[in-house]
Write a protein that binds this ligand. Structure first.
Ligand code: MG
Length: 386
Protein backbone atom coordinates (compact mmCIF):
# COMPACT_ATOMS: atom_id res chain seq x y z
CA UNK A 1 0.00 0.00 0.00
CA UNK A 2 1.27 3.47 -0.90
CA UNK A 3 0.13 6.97 0.01
CA UNK A 4 -1.45 8.37 -3.16
CA UNK A 5 -2.53 11.82 -1.94
CA UNK A 6 -3.08 14.11 1.03
CA UNK A 7 -6.34 16.05 0.85
CA UNK A 8 -6.99 19.01 3.13
CA UNK A 9 -10.62 20.13 3.32
CA UNK A 10 -11.32 23.48 4.97
CA UNK A 11 -14.91 23.73 6.18
CA UNK A 12 -16.95 26.19 8.16
CA UNK A 13 -19.35 25.71 11.04
CA UNK A 14 -21.32 27.81 13.51
CA UNK A 15 -19.37 28.37 16.73
CA UNK A 16 -20.21 30.04 20.03
CA UNK A 17 -16.60 30.12 21.23
CA UNK A 18 -14.58 33.32 20.83
CA UNK A 19 -10.97 34.03 21.75
CA UNK A 20 -9.63 37.12 23.46
CA UNK A 21 -6.48 38.69 22.04
CA UNK A 22 -4.23 36.54 24.23
CA UNK A 23 -5.93 33.45 22.80
CA UNK A 24 -8.07 32.38 25.76
CA UNK A 25 -11.45 30.90 24.76
CA UNK A 26 -14.76 32.21 26.14
CA UNK A 27 -18.44 31.80 25.22
CA UNK A 28 -19.60 34.42 22.72
CA UNK A 29 -22.09 35.30 20.00
CA UNK A 30 -22.65 32.65 17.35
CA UNK A 31 -20.40 33.15 14.33
CA UNK A 32 -18.74 31.28 11.46
CA UNK A 33 -15.49 29.49 12.29
CA UNK A 34 -13.25 27.17 10.25
CA UNK A 35 -11.62 23.81 10.81
CA UNK A 36 -9.76 21.34 8.59
CA UNK A 37 -10.11 17.66 7.74
CA UNK A 38 -6.92 15.96 6.58
CA UNK A 39 -7.45 12.79 4.52
CA UNK A 40 -4.57 10.44 3.77
CA UNK A 41 -5.54 8.65 0.54
CA UNK A 42 -3.88 5.36 -0.52
CA UNK A 43 -3.57 3.55 -3.84
CA UNK A 44 -5.68 0.70 -2.42
CA UNK A 45 -8.65 2.88 -1.48
CA UNK A 46 -7.98 2.90 2.29
CA UNK A 47 -8.15 6.34 3.93
CA UNK A 48 -7.25 7.88 7.28
CA UNK A 49 -8.66 11.08 8.75
CA UNK A 50 -7.92 13.69 11.37
CA UNK A 51 -9.71 16.97 12.04
CA UNK A 52 -7.61 19.82 13.45
CA UNK A 53 -6.25 23.22 12.61
CA UNK A 54 -2.71 21.86 12.25
CA UNK A 55 -2.14 21.70 8.49
CA UNK A 56 -2.53 24.53 6.00
CA UNK A 57 -2.92 24.14 2.21
CA UNK A 58 0.58 25.62 1.80
CA UNK A 59 2.17 23.05 4.15
CA UNK A 60 0.32 20.15 2.52
CA UNK A 61 1.15 21.14 -1.06
CA UNK A 62 4.62 22.53 -0.47
CA UNK A 63 6.13 20.16 2.11
CA UNK A 64 3.97 17.21 3.09
CA UNK A 65 2.87 15.79 -0.26
CA UNK A 66 6.44 15.67 -1.63
CA UNK A 67 7.57 13.93 1.58
CA UNK A 68 4.76 11.39 1.93
CA UNK A 69 3.21 10.51 -1.43
CA UNK A 70 4.53 7.17 -2.68
CA UNK A 71 5.50 5.95 0.82
CA UNK A 72 4.00 3.03 2.77
CA UNK A 73 1.50 4.59 5.27
CA UNK A 74 2.37 1.88 7.83
CA UNK A 75 5.93 3.30 8.11
CA UNK A 76 4.76 5.86 10.66
CA UNK A 77 8.05 6.06 12.57
CA UNK A 78 10.08 6.65 9.42
CA UNK A 79 7.62 9.30 8.21
CA UNK A 80 7.55 10.95 11.64
CA UNK A 81 11.34 11.24 11.67
CA UNK A 82 11.24 12.62 8.14
CA UNK A 83 8.68 15.27 9.13
CA UNK A 84 10.80 16.23 12.17
CA UNK A 85 13.80 16.76 9.89
CA UNK A 86 11.70 18.87 7.52
CA UNK A 87 10.51 20.95 10.49
CA UNK A 88 14.06 21.95 11.32
CA UNK A 89 14.48 24.18 8.26
CA UNK A 90 10.86 25.05 7.40
CA UNK A 91 7.70 26.32 9.07
CA UNK A 92 6.29 22.80 9.46
CA UNK A 93 5.09 22.83 13.09
CA UNK A 94 4.18 20.14 15.58
CA UNK A 95 0.44 20.67 15.14
CA UNK A 96 0.76 19.90 11.43
CA UNK A 97 2.99 16.87 12.07
CA UNK A 98 0.45 15.73 14.68
CA UNK A 99 -2.44 15.98 12.23
CA UNK A 100 -0.59 13.88 9.63
CA UNK A 101 0.65 11.30 12.15
CA UNK A 102 -2.79 10.93 13.74
CA UNK A 103 -4.38 10.47 10.30
CA UNK A 104 -1.81 7.72 9.60
CA UNK A 105 -2.75 5.95 12.87
CA UNK A 106 -6.42 6.32 11.93
CA UNK A 107 -5.69 4.83 8.50
CA UNK A 108 -3.83 1.86 10.00
CA UNK A 109 -6.64 1.17 12.46
CA UNK A 110 -9.33 1.43 9.80
CA UNK A 111 -7.33 -0.85 7.48
CA UNK A 112 -6.74 -3.48 10.17
CA UNK A 113 -10.26 -3.01 11.59
CA UNK A 114 -8.99 -2.30 15.11
CA UNK A 115 -9.14 0.77 17.40
CA UNK A 116 -5.86 2.65 17.84
CA UNK A 117 -5.63 1.99 21.60
CA UNK A 118 -5.53 -1.74 20.86
CA UNK A 119 -2.88 -1.25 18.16
CA UNK A 120 -0.78 0.54 20.79
CA UNK A 121 -1.27 -2.22 23.35
CA UNK A 122 -4.46 -1.66 25.32
CA UNK A 123 -4.33 -1.12 29.08
CA UNK A 124 -7.93 -0.06 29.85
CA UNK A 125 -11.15 1.00 28.15
CA UNK A 126 -12.11 4.04 30.23
CA UNK A 127 -10.41 6.92 32.02
CA UNK A 128 -11.52 9.13 34.90
CA UNK A 129 -12.35 12.56 33.49
CA UNK A 130 -11.73 15.95 34.97
CA UNK A 131 -13.82 18.96 34.03
CA UNK A 132 -11.43 21.58 32.71
CA UNK A 133 -12.99 25.04 32.98
CA UNK A 134 -12.66 27.84 30.49
CA UNK A 135 -10.56 30.74 31.80
CA UNK A 136 -12.33 33.38 33.89
CA UNK A 137 -14.32 36.13 32.20
CA UNK A 138 -16.34 39.24 32.93
CA UNK A 139 -19.80 37.91 32.00
CA UNK A 140 -22.38 37.83 34.80
CA UNK A 141 -23.67 34.25 35.02
CA UNK A 142 -20.38 32.98 33.62
CA UNK A 143 -17.06 32.71 35.43
CA UNK A 144 -16.77 36.33 36.49
CA UNK A 145 -16.73 35.97 40.29
CA UNK A 146 -15.43 33.60 42.94
CA UNK A 147 -19.05 32.74 43.82
CA UNK A 148 -19.82 31.78 40.20
CA UNK A 149 -16.80 29.44 40.06
CA UNK A 150 -17.87 27.80 43.33
CA UNK A 151 -21.48 27.34 42.17
CA UNK A 152 -20.30 25.94 38.83
CA UNK A 153 -17.97 23.49 40.59
CA UNK A 154 -20.96 22.19 42.57
CA UNK A 155 -22.91 21.75 39.31
CA UNK A 156 -20.02 19.79 37.77
CA UNK A 157 -19.90 17.42 40.73
CA UNK A 158 -23.69 16.95 40.45
CA UNK A 159 -23.15 16.10 36.78
CA UNK A 160 -20.83 13.22 37.76
CA UNK A 161 -17.33 14.71 37.71
CA UNK A 162 -14.98 13.58 40.45
CA UNK A 163 -12.21 15.99 39.48
CA UNK A 164 -12.08 19.61 38.31
CA UNK A 165 -9.28 21.79 36.96
CA UNK A 166 -9.63 25.54 37.20
CA UNK A 167 -8.39 28.02 34.62
CA UNK A 168 -8.65 31.41 36.24
CA UNK A 169 -8.58 35.09 35.30
CA UNK A 170 -5.83 36.21 32.98
CA UNK A 171 -5.19 39.38 30.96
CA UNK A 172 -6.90 40.86 29.00
CA UNK A 173 -9.96 39.87 31.10
CA UNK A 174 -8.21 41.44 34.11
CA UNK A 175 -5.63 44.22 33.76
CA UNK A 176 -3.19 42.35 36.02
CA UNK A 177 -3.39 38.78 37.31
CA UNK A 178 -4.09 38.79 41.03
CA UNK A 179 -2.49 35.95 42.93
CA UNK A 180 -4.51 36.61 46.11
CA UNK A 181 -7.80 36.56 44.23
CA UNK A 182 -6.76 33.29 42.54
CA UNK A 183 -5.93 31.77 45.91
CA UNK A 184 -9.32 32.91 47.30
CA UNK A 185 -11.00 31.29 44.30
CA UNK A 186 -9.16 28.00 44.92
CA UNK A 187 -10.30 28.07 48.57
CA UNK A 188 -13.93 28.81 47.66
CA UNK A 189 -14.06 25.92 45.19
CA UNK A 190 -12.55 23.53 47.75
CA UNK A 191 -15.13 24.70 50.28
CA UNK A 192 -17.96 24.20 47.74
CA UNK A 193 -17.07 20.66 46.63
CA UNK A 194 -15.65 19.28 49.88
CA UNK A 195 -12.52 17.21 50.47
CA UNK A 196 -13.29 14.24 48.19
CA UNK A 197 -13.18 15.92 44.77
CA UNK A 198 -9.74 16.11 43.12
CA UNK A 199 -8.87 19.73 42.29
CA UNK A 200 -6.14 21.16 40.09
CA UNK A 201 -5.11 24.69 39.14
CA UNK A 202 -3.89 25.89 35.75
CA UNK A 203 -2.84 29.38 36.78
CA UNK A 204 -1.94 32.47 34.83
CA UNK A 205 1.30 31.53 33.09
CA UNK A 206 3.43 34.57 33.80
CA UNK A 207 3.78 34.91 37.55
CA UNK A 208 7.20 35.45 39.03
CA UNK A 209 8.75 32.92 41.42
CA UNK A 210 7.35 34.37 44.61
CA UNK A 211 3.82 34.78 43.27
CA UNK A 212 3.93 31.22 41.95
CA UNK A 213 5.17 29.93 45.30
CA UNK A 214 2.44 31.79 47.21
CA UNK A 215 -0.22 30.27 44.98
CA UNK A 216 1.32 26.79 45.06
CA UNK A 217 1.50 26.83 48.87
CA UNK A 218 -2.15 27.85 49.03
CA UNK A 219 -3.06 24.97 46.67
CA UNK A 220 -0.97 22.64 48.81
CA UNK A 221 -2.78 23.76 51.97
CA UNK A 222 -6.14 23.19 50.24
CA UNK A 223 -5.25 19.65 49.17
CA UNK A 224 -5.04 20.32 45.44
CA UNK A 225 -3.53 17.53 43.32
CA UNK A 226 -1.38 19.64 41.03
CA UNK A 227 -0.49 23.16 39.91
CA UNK A 228 0.16 23.72 36.21
CA UNK A 229 2.14 26.38 34.40
CA UNK A 230 2.13 29.24 36.95
CA UNK A 231 5.31 30.61 35.28
CA UNK A 232 6.72 30.78 31.77
CA UNK A 233 7.74 27.20 30.97
CA UNK A 234 10.90 28.35 29.22
CA UNK A 235 12.28 28.95 32.73
CA UNK A 236 13.14 25.41 33.76
CA UNK A 237 15.36 26.70 36.59
CA UNK A 238 12.39 28.51 38.15
CA UNK A 239 10.36 25.31 38.09
CA UNK A 240 13.22 23.40 39.76
CA UNK A 241 13.26 26.14 42.42
CA UNK A 242 9.45 26.07 42.89
CA UNK A 243 9.34 22.32 43.21
CA UNK A 244 12.12 22.35 45.83
CA UNK A 245 9.87 24.49 48.07
CA UNK A 246 6.82 22.19 47.95
CA UNK A 247 5.98 19.01 49.80
CA UNK A 248 2.93 17.17 48.54
CA UNK A 249 1.57 19.42 45.77
CA UNK A 250 2.63 18.12 42.37
CA UNK A 251 3.93 20.44 39.66
CA UNK A 252 2.65 19.37 36.23
CA UNK A 253 4.45 20.34 33.01
CA UNK A 254 5.81 21.30 30.57
CA UNK A 255 2.70 21.66 28.47
CA UNK A 256 4.07 23.70 25.60
CA UNK A 257 7.71 22.62 25.19
CA UNK A 258 8.32 21.25 21.71
CA UNK A 259 10.01 17.98 20.73
CA UNK A 260 8.16 15.71 23.13
CA UNK A 261 10.40 13.38 25.09
CA UNK A 262 13.58 15.13 23.93
CA UNK A 263 12.80 18.22 26.01
CA UNK A 264 10.80 16.51 28.74
CA UNK A 265 13.70 14.27 29.67
CA UNK A 266 15.49 17.43 30.86
CA UNK A 267 12.53 18.36 33.08
CA UNK A 268 12.50 14.83 34.51
CA UNK A 269 16.28 14.74 34.96
CA UNK A 270 16.58 18.18 36.59
CA UNK A 271 13.42 17.89 38.70
CA UNK A 272 11.35 20.68 37.14
CA UNK A 273 8.10 18.79 37.62
CA UNK A 274 6.49 15.79 39.31
CA UNK A 275 4.22 14.94 36.38
CA UNK A 276 5.07 15.26 32.71
CA UNK A 277 2.62 16.76 30.25
CA UNK A 278 2.20 16.60 26.47
CA UNK A 279 -0.61 16.41 23.91
CA UNK A 280 -1.08 13.97 21.04
CA UNK A 281 -2.15 16.93 18.90
CA UNK A 282 1.47 18.16 18.99
CA UNK A 283 3.61 15.68 17.09
CA UNK A 284 0.95 12.97 17.00
CA UNK A 285 0.40 9.62 18.71
CA UNK A 286 3.89 8.50 17.63
CA UNK A 287 5.51 11.36 19.53
CA UNK A 288 3.42 11.29 22.71
CA UNK A 289 3.92 7.54 23.22
CA UNK A 290 7.65 8.22 23.62
CA UNK A 291 6.94 10.81 26.33
CA UNK A 292 4.59 8.37 28.07
CA UNK A 293 7.34 5.74 28.15
CA UNK A 294 9.83 8.34 29.35
CA UNK A 295 7.53 9.18 32.29
CA UNK A 296 7.21 5.48 33.05
CA UNK A 297 11.01 5.11 33.10
CA UNK A 298 11.26 7.93 35.65
CA UNK A 299 8.36 6.57 37.71
CA UNK A 300 6.44 9.78 37.03
CA UNK A 301 2.84 10.42 36.14
CA UNK A 302 2.17 11.72 32.64
CA UNK A 303 -0.99 13.81 32.48
CA UNK A 304 -2.16 14.07 28.89
CA UNK A 305 -2.95 17.59 27.74
CA UNK A 306 -6.40 18.24 26.32
CA UNK A 307 -9.24 16.03 25.11
CA UNK A 308 -9.93 14.53 21.73
CA UNK A 309 -9.97 11.02 20.31
CA UNK A 310 -6.18 10.92 19.89
CA UNK A 311 -5.56 11.73 23.56
CA UNK A 312 -8.25 9.30 24.70
CA UNK A 313 -6.68 6.42 22.77
CA UNK A 314 -3.18 7.02 24.14
CA UNK A 315 -4.58 7.25 27.67
CA UNK A 316 -6.20 3.85 27.22
CA UNK A 317 -2.89 2.45 25.98
CA UNK A 318 -0.95 3.62 29.05
CA UNK A 319 -1.08 2.36 32.59
CA UNK A 320 -2.48 4.25 35.55
CA UNK A 321 0.36 6.79 35.45
CA UNK A 322 -2.03 8.85 33.27
CA UNK A 323 -4.84 9.16 35.77
CA UNK A 324 -7.19 11.63 34.08
CA UNK A 325 -8.74 12.58 30.75
CA UNK A 326 -9.07 16.36 30.31
CA UNK A 327 -12.67 17.07 29.33
CA UNK A 328 -13.63 20.54 28.25
CA UNK A 329 -13.35 23.35 28.20
CA UNK A 330 -16.54 23.63 30.25
CA UNK A 331 -18.41 26.80 31.16
CA UNK A 332 -21.79 27.58 32.78
CA UNK A 333 -23.04 29.24 29.56
CA UNK A 334 -21.89 26.56 27.12
CA UNK A 335 -22.95 22.94 26.92
CA UNK A 336 -20.24 20.41 26.29
CA UNK A 337 -22.68 17.53 26.01
CA UNK A 338 -23.30 17.71 22.25
CA UNK A 339 -20.94 16.65 19.44
CA UNK A 340 -19.11 19.27 17.39
CA UNK A 341 -21.02 20.13 14.17
CA UNK A 342 -18.65 17.93 12.11
CA UNK A 343 -19.27 14.84 14.27
CA UNK A 344 -22.28 12.53 14.16
CA UNK A 345 -21.83 11.39 17.75
CA UNK A 346 -19.98 12.64 20.82
CA UNK A 347 -16.70 10.75 21.22
CA UNK A 348 -16.32 11.37 24.95
CA UNK A 349 -19.66 11.26 26.81
CA UNK A 350 -19.29 11.28 30.60
CA UNK A 351 -20.73 8.25 32.40
CA UNK A 352 -22.42 8.32 35.80
CA UNK A 353 -19.17 7.37 37.55
CA UNK A 354 -17.23 10.28 36.04
CA UNK A 355 -15.42 8.18 33.39
CA UNK A 356 -15.03 8.55 29.64
CA UNK A 357 -14.89 5.40 27.50
CA UNK A 358 -12.61 5.03 24.47
CA UNK A 359 -14.44 4.59 21.13
CA UNK A 360 -14.32 0.98 19.89
CA UNK A 361 -14.69 1.94 16.21
CA UNK A 362 -11.66 1.14 14.01
CA UNK A 363 -8.91 3.77 13.94
CA UNK A 364 -9.33 6.79 16.20
CA UNK A 365 -13.08 6.30 16.18
CA UNK A 366 -13.99 9.92 15.54
CA UNK A 367 -17.52 9.72 14.10
CA UNK A 368 -16.89 12.31 11.38
CA UNK A 369 -19.92 13.64 9.48
CA UNK A 370 -18.40 13.70 5.99
CA UNK A 371 -21.66 14.99 4.45
CA UNK A 372 -21.56 18.02 6.77
CA UNK A 373 -17.95 18.73 5.86
CA UNK A 374 -18.66 18.41 2.12
CA UNK A 375 -21.69 20.70 2.35
CA UNK A 376 -19.69 23.32 4.27
CA UNK A 377 -16.40 23.19 2.36
CA UNK A 378 -14.83 26.60 1.69
CA UNK A 379 -11.92 27.47 -0.54
CA UNK A 380 -10.53 30.41 1.43
CA UNK A 381 -10.57 32.06 4.83
CA UNK A 382 -12.53 34.93 3.22
CA UNK A 383 -15.30 32.49 2.27
CA UNK A 384 -15.66 31.36 5.90
CA UNK A 385 -17.33 34.62 6.89
CA UNK A 386 -19.15 35.48 3.63
MG1 MG B 1 -2.58 23.89 30.76
Amino acid sequence: MKIADLKLTTFRYRSRTVRDYEGHPHPGAEHWAANRLLTVVTDEGAEGYFVSGGCTPELVDGLLKPALVGEDPFFREMLHQRMQRIAKLTNLGEMAIGQVDNALWDLAGRTLNIPVYKMLGAARTKVLAYASTMPGDDMPGGLSTIEEYAAFAEQLVAQGYRAIKLHTWMPPIVPEPDVKREAALCAAVREAVGPDVDLMLDAHHHYDRHEALYLARECQRLGYVWIEEPMNESRLASYVWLRSKLDDLAVCGPEHAENGALTRVQWAERGGCDMLRAAAGSGGVTQIMKTIHLAEAYGMRMEVHSGGPDNLHVLCAMGINGKYYERGLVHPMRTFEVPFPWQKTHYDPLDAGGYVRVPERPGLGDDIDFDFIKANEVRSEHEVRS
